[in-house]
Design a binder for this molecule. Structure first.
Ligand code: ADP
Ligand code: GLC
Length: 488
């Protein structure tokens, strides 16, 4: 390949513009890390209401770009902005599709026109690159919202002639979100039924699956940890996609995410009442006291362990296990702080517990970036009992903040957390294997036991804070993969 490598990078969420979960963190950091490896990366993102209201400076790039959608051509306006590492982001503005309170849906469910919204996004992204004559060497797509792109590049050349021969990489951040739509809507995508709506294509149990489109039609598939890459090839974790994933095994890679320490580092975190580091950890006590006060907890417990959790409230995250053992946890004279948003039912059961124990449980429902940082810093122990976890970023952040993770041994949690061994002084947290309340409680009891032994606790905290999951290593792994595809 002559000259600088060019990559078009498509994600439906990117920090600091729009975020519902870890994908936004990844898409906000990986492009910058690739840029540092001399890759010319350009991002495309829908201009959601959240982005418009974020007050980011932008400049008009293209007016009235015509984007095909079904049998129509709709116009979009494209704005350009940059993240602080100088990676350009092209924002696709189309009010009737993206000017809404949320990214994908609300309490009633997914937005009814998500197929239109993300088909439009996929096609607009290609149109933008073409209009500015940015012919990438490779397109990197993330999750079902961008899964159509690999399929469009395989469609008869007239669909995307500018991109002929360009390989696509598709990253699965979560197999649980499959982008399912009724078969009747296939014309929206512009793909032919004969060629694409087939079991070996994007058909999934009689429906369209944009996730499957990404898996089937991309040249390489990645997911966000080595363990999850293996798990999704089994019926326990594959959610019906295990067959196709096994079939594509040779092209499936597990690349662990990184943590963006520009944002998640207690020594420079602007959200904290006091900053601290592994060399000077005292500030963490102040963070704990302030957090307990802010959440209305009983300050007489300030020398006892404070548990923290920051999570989407989704079945994936194992909150049912937590609810089952809450009384046992509280009987150890500890406090618990939870920040989360998501499913109504999970919110209600947490609310009931918080009402029963107002001085022991601090619960905040909603999305609150600053509080997430204060919990990372103020808690002693961070809980992640996930049913499955493709990578998980909060355990990596917790490590850096000296907040010791107790996690279920699955996916990226298995790959990043090593159970503390007091004899050898190794390990950075506590893991349990079976999805079972007693197993979870057992790991928590172990953590509390060592917490009470200050010498040992100091050791586990130091080990945790010393872990290094910076993005450079992951970015290099992506770059190696890109290069291997371009050599073919
Ligand atoms: P997932 O992507 O499955 O939600 P990750 O651990 O990869 O899980 O990433 C979650 C990200 O979202 C982290 O940056 C975490 O701090 C953030 N987060 C989750 N819930 C909330 C919330 N209610 N308020 C603020 N940040 C949240
Ligand atoms: C998904 C997964 C999470 C992962 C994140 C970023 O939302 O649930 O485990 O860390 O994507 O890859």
């Amino acid at each position: 390949m002559a000259g600088q490598m060019k990559v078009l990078f498509l994600s439906p969420e990117v920090v600091p513009f729009a975020k519902t979960g870890g994908l936004a963190d990844v898409a906000g950091a990986l492009p910058g890390a690739l840029k540092r490896l001399a890759v010319d990366v350009r991002l495309v993102l829908p201009l959601y209401r959240m982005v418009r209201e974020g007050g980011f400076e932008s400049r008009p790039l293209l007016k009235d770009v015509e984007v095909p959608l079904g049998s129509f051509g709709l116009k979009a306006v494209i704005l350009e902005t940059k993240v602080d590492d100088g990676v350009p982001i092209y924002l696709v503005e189309r009010e009737d599709m993206y000017d809404r309170p949320n990214l994908y849906g609300d309490a009633m469910g997914d937005y009814y026109d998500n197929l239109e919204r993300f088909t439009f996004f996929a096609r607009a992204a290609l149109r933008v690159a073409e209009s500015i004559d940015f012919r990438p060497n490779l397109i990197h797509c993330h999750d079902w919202q961008t899964g159509l792109v690999p399929a469009l590049l395989q469609a008869p050349p007239k669909q995307a002639p500018f991109f002929r021969g360009i390989p696509t990489v598709f990253t699965i951040h979560n197999l649980g979100y499959q982008g399912l739509f009724l078969e009747e809507k296939l014309p929206v995508t512009g793909l032919s039924r004969e060629a694409f709506f087939r079991p070996e294509g994007l058909e999934y149990w009689g429906k369209i699956s944009l996730l499957k489109a990404g898996i089937v039609y991309s040249q390489a598939i990645t997911t966000v940890s080595p363990t999850y890459a293996r798990e999704i090839q089994t019926s326990e974790f594959g959610l019906g996609m295990e067959g196709i994933l096994r079939h594509r095994k040779a092209s499936l890679h597990g690349i662990l995410n990184g943590a963006d320490y520009r944002t998640w580092d207690p020594s420079r975190d602007e959200h904290l009442p006091q900053r601290y580091s592994v060399k000077k950890v005292e500030g963490k006590h102040q963070c704990k006291k302030d957090l307990m006060r802010e959440m209305g907890l009983d300050l007489s417990l300030r020398d006892r362990p404070l548990f923290g959790m920051v999570s989407r409230l989704d079945k994936q995250k194992g909150l049912d296990l937590l609810v089952e053992i809450l009384e046992d946890i509280l009987s150890m004279d500890v406090g618990l702080v939870i920040l989360g948003s998501g499913e109504e039912q999970i919110q209600e059961s947490l609310q009931q517990a918080a009402v029963r124990h107002p001085k022991r449980i601090g619960l905040k429902l909603g999305f609150d970036e600053a509080l997430a940082h204060r919990i990372m810093a103020g808690a002693d122990i961070f809980l992640i009992p996930s049913r499955y976890e493709p990578c998980g970023l909060t355990q990596m952040y917790a490590l850096k903040y000296g907040t010791v993770p107790v996690v279920r041994a699955t996916g990226g949690l298995e790959d990043t957390i090593v159970t503390f061994d007091p004899r050898r002084g190794t390990g950075n947290g506590f893991k349990f294997r079976d999805y079972d309340p007693d197993a979870f409680l057992g790991a928590i009891r172990k953590a509390v036991e060592y917490f009470q032994d200050s010498k040992r606790w100091e050791k586990v905290v130091t080990n945790a804070m010393g872990a290094d999951f910076s993005w450079d290593r992951s970015a290099r792994a992506y770059l190696d993969l890109y290069k291997s595809l371009l050599r073919r």
